[in-house]
Design a protein. Structure first.
Length: 75
């Protein structure tokens, strides 16, 4: 777990994960919070959920890269 957590800020893994997070996070944010944003109905809870909308694709992408790297080094 400690290795995965340190991989979240790995300089080799982060750029790709950030790109995925921006694209996927923006799409999900638009679908889930777009109407509230347009209608000025964003609450602090919604803003927190919006931040998590970007954090989840980032962490999932990092996990995939981390698992691939770990498998490659075991071979």
């Amino acid at each position: 777990m400690k290795d995965y957590l340190s991989s979240l800020i790995d300089r080799e893994l982060a750029p790709g994960a950030a790109k995925v997070s921006i694209v996927v996070g923006t799409l999900l944010f638009s679908l889930n919070h777009g109407p509230a944003l347009v209608n000025n109905k964003m609450t602090p809870t919604r803003w927190l959920a919006g931040l998590l909308t970007y954090a989840v694709p980032y962490s999932v992408n990092i996990h995939g890269q981390y698992a691939y790297r770990k498998r490659q080094s075991a071979s």
